[in-house]
Design a protein around this ligand. Structure first.
Ligand SMILES: C[S@@+](CC[C@H](N)C(=O)[O-])C[C@H]1O[C@@H](n2cnc3c(N)ncnc32)[C@H](O)[C@@H]1O
Length: 278
C-alpha cells in the first residue's frame, strides 16, 4: 500500500543551517537569496529585536550616522538596505531637512513595514520606498547628495560592487555614510561581546521573533567573518572616495565609515559642509 501523503509543513525551511554557519556565510553562493528569506522571516519583529538586544543603542547609532551625513538644506538622500526604515525616518526628520529621501531594499516584507510606519505618523513622512538591489541601483548617475547604508553592507553579496554603485549615484562633493557592526579592539570587551552575540542573543532574539530561519545565529557569524574596518575603508577608497573617517561607537561594537566624492570645483563653503574629516 502506498504511504499517505505527508502533511504539508507550513513553516519554510531555515535560511541557514548549522553547517553553513560553521563556515563563512559570506562565501555561500546563494547568499542573497538566503539573506532575503531570512529578513522576510524576521521582518515583523525586526525593530523590537533591535531595541531589546542593543539596549536601545541602535537608535543612538543611527542618530550618529545622520550627524555624519552633515546634511545641507535641500539635500537629496538615498538610504540603501533601508529595511524597516529607521534610518530613512531619522534622515527625513533631520535639521536641516533633506528635500527628498529614497529608501531602497530588496526584501518586500521589510519595505512593507517601513511604508506602514511612515504612514502611521500624524504627519506622514515623505519617504519614497522602493524595491531594489544595492549592487544594481535603478537610479540615475549623480542624482543624490548623500548615500547611507546601516547594517546592510555586510549583508550584500559583493560589498565593493555596492560601494561602486553608491559612488555612481552620488554627485561630486556627495557624502557616503556606512554604519556597520565591527569587532571591538580591546580583548576583554571583544570576548564579552562575542559571548553575548554568539551565546545569549541568538536564543532570546529567535524566541522574540519566533524565528526558525537562523537569522540570529547568522548575525554573529556574519560579523565575525566579515572583513574588518581596514578592508571596508580600503573598498571605499578604491571606489574613488576621499577624506575617509572611521569612528568606532560603543567600544567598537559598530563603526561609522564616512567619505566624500571628490568635487573638482569645490568652494571653501562646500568643503566646510562636506562629510570629510581628518
Ligand atoms: C540588518 S537590516 C538593516 C536595515 C536598516 N538599514 C536598519 O538600520 O535597521 C539589512 C537589510 O539589508 C537588506 N539587503 C541585504 N542585501 C541587499 C541588497 N543586495 N540590496 C538591497 N537590500 C539588501 C535586507 O533586506 C535587510 O532589510
Amino acid at each position: 500500500m502506498a504511504n499517505p501523503p505527508a502533511a504539508a509543513d507550513p513553516s519554510p525551511p531555515p535560511a541557514w543551517t548549522e553547517t553553513e554557519l560553521a563556515g563563512d556565510p559570506h562565501a555561500t553562493p546563494d547568499k542573497a537569496a538566503r539573506v532575503r528569506a531570512m529578513f522576510e522571516a524576521i521582518a515583523s519583529r525586526y525593530d523590537l529585536n533591535n531595541r531589546v538586544h542593543s539596549f536601545g543603542r541602535d537608535v543612538a547609532w543611527r542618530r550618529r550616522a545622520v550627524a555624519a551625513a552633515r546634511l545641507r538644506p535641500d539635500d537629496e538622500v538615498l538610504d540603501v538596505a533601508c529595511g524597516t526604515g529607521d534610518l530613512a525616518e531619522a534622515l527625513s526628520k533631520a535639521s536641516p531637512p533633506p528635500s527628498r529621501v529614497v529608501g531602497v531594499d530588496f526584501t518586500a516584507g521589510m519595505l512593507e513595514i517601513a511604508r506602514a510606519k511612515a504612514g502611521r505618523r500624524t504627519r506622514p513622512l515623505p519617504i519614497d520606498y522602493r524595491l531594489g538591489d544595492a549592487m544594481d541601483l535603478d537610479l540615475p548617475a549623480e542624482s543624490f547628495d548623500v548615500v547611507t547604508i546601516a547594517f546592510g553592507l555586510r549583508n550584500v553579496s559583493d560589498p565593493p560592487r555596492a560601494i561602486a554603485e553608491f559612488r555612481r549615484v552620488l554627485r561630486p562633493g556627495g557624502r557616503l555614510v556606512v554604519l556597520e557592526f565591527s569587532e571591538p579592539r580591546v580583548a576583554p570587551i571583544r570576548w564579552f561581546n562575542r559571548l553575548y552575540t554568539e551565546r545569549i542573543m541568538p536564543r532570546t532574539a529567535a524566541f522574540l521573533a519566533r524565528d526558525r530561519s537562523g537569522a540570529y545565529r547568522y548575525l554573529p557569524r556574519s560579523v565575525a567573518s566579515f572583513p574588518g574596518v581596514e578592508a571596508v575603508g580600503r573598498w571605499i577608497e578604491e571606489a574613488g572616495f576621499t577624506g575617509l573617517s572611521q569612528t568606532p561607537l560603543t567600544f567598537g561594537v559598530c563603526t561609522i565609515h564616512a567619505a566624500t566624492v571628490p568635487d573638482p570645483v569645490s568652494t571653501p563653503e562646500k568643503a566646510a559642509g562636506s562629510g570629510a574629516t581628518a
